[in-house]
Design a binder for this molecule. Sequence first.
Ligand code: FAD
Ligand code: AMP
Length: 482
Amino acid sequence: MTKQYDVVVIGSGPAGYVAAIRCAQLGFKTACIEKWLTSDNKTVYGGTCLNVGCIPSKALLDSSHKYVEAQQHLAAHGIKTGDVSIDVTAMIDRKARVVSQLTQGIKGLFAANKVEGLAGTGKVTGNNTVSLTTHDGKQEELLANNIIIAAGSVPIEIPPTPIDQDVIVDSTGALEFQEVPRRLGVIGAGVIGLELGSVWARLGSEVTILEALDDLLPMVDRQIAKDCGRIFDKQGLTIKLGARVTGSKKATLNKKPVVKVQYTDSEGEQEIVFDKLVVAVGRRPLSETVIDNSVGIELDERGFIKVDDHCATNVPGIYAVGDIVRGPMLAHKGMEEGVMVAERLADKKTQVNYDLVPSVIYTHPEVAWVGKNEEQLKSEGTEYNVGTFPFAASGRAQAANDTEGMVKLLADAKTDRILGCHIIGASAADLLQQIVIAMEFSASAEDIGLTMFAHPALSEAIHEAALAANGHAIHIGNRKRR
Ligand code: FAD
Ligand code: AMP
């Protein structure tokens, strides 16, 4: 008998599982199809984010940060540790436990909210039909009043460096190294390349990042990006800008596998040898296998499913959310889209504010930003005030001996409305959220200046940057006094 649902969600990453849970909360009979299997063939929910993305990368960033702390920074606090070493297998095992706990958590949430998890591969076959192919090859047709496609994205592969998940790996492989590679190459100085490069550099790899573009982090405020470059350099990450990878050749050196990578830069053809190479050149939407062409869902030229501001496709009753549609490939953006679609199906008027998607690079210090940067404001001709505050002047940062970075706040010169915030510093992601909330409420820099902040706390740097935007910071000299 054909199974019938109010909503069928394809994919259980952050966009899909959140959409499914919210649909079920709103009273819809909901199923969520997931094809991901663990190495022991068990269905696992959570998608890229939980299994091979946000969570495992942060687990390794946290472990490797603690290692650096123990090795280099505890002595300043008078703590003697003796020799510090890293057990890579134990670190990777801990990461696997964190992932497993969280993916089990999704299973629990599905059960609590009465979302029916279906194991197998889903494909949209009509306006109201999805075919489910189970792992043992059986096919079933599901009927759905509404369909939400949340099939996510996969790493982009480039012809010069075919992935073998041994010597040449993608981001997933770079989360599984069983020992610290002596020389690690990374292609792409994007968020993922910088985070994974940092993990292994902290543990002792000689890391070289090859980036085709001439500018580091072009999407980041230039002043902050410049700081990033200086800090990463100090941390031993070699970032070669203007270096486009054109080829690679696997070889054996001293009985060990290596990869010789060819790239071109301003001086011509170059070659460099690595023990492991991570290809982190971006991700692409996984749209080709999830839709039957006969349904007529429109894709753009890069394979993203075309949707309107409310994530509706051109086919009535079919929606798409997360990495498979336009916009930044970020878990929180997909989650909010999932909630929006579910609530709109329940006739609510929910929207996603695409102007306020926070971005974070989880290096140390972290880099986080929201809204417009200086370059964007200049190019659109908006007059603005800038307030900056360095963590070196923060009592809490000094107490923690972690004073690198700054907060930069941009406010409209005429209305004082906050237009953007850019932070490089410890806990930047958590600090930034205060400004995301403020901006969601259309706050002015003065509103933040008039708010009482607990002392001593890193967030006082936000308070001071807001005061500085209006020329009257207390704990630092002001560029303009007002
Ligand atoms: P996905 O998480 O990709 O989930 C899609 C799911 O759909 C998968 O489980 C897949 O198996 C399933 N699926 C696909 N096709 C089918 C089908 N036909 N049938 C059934 N199931 C199917 N983002 C952040 O916001 N913060 C971070 O710190 C961060 N760090 C990252 C670190 C790394 C190393 C990587 C790779 C990514 C990171 N991201 C981060 C990005 C984040 O993981 C993605 O933006 C997010 O997972 C997208 O969610 P999604 O639900 O759209 O898709
Ligand atoms: P992101 O899209 O943020 O994950 O970043 C991927 C980065 O990889 C971008 O900055 C690209 O410029 C870079 N990139 C893509 N292809 C190459 C290549 N062949 N050689 C070097 N860098 C590349």
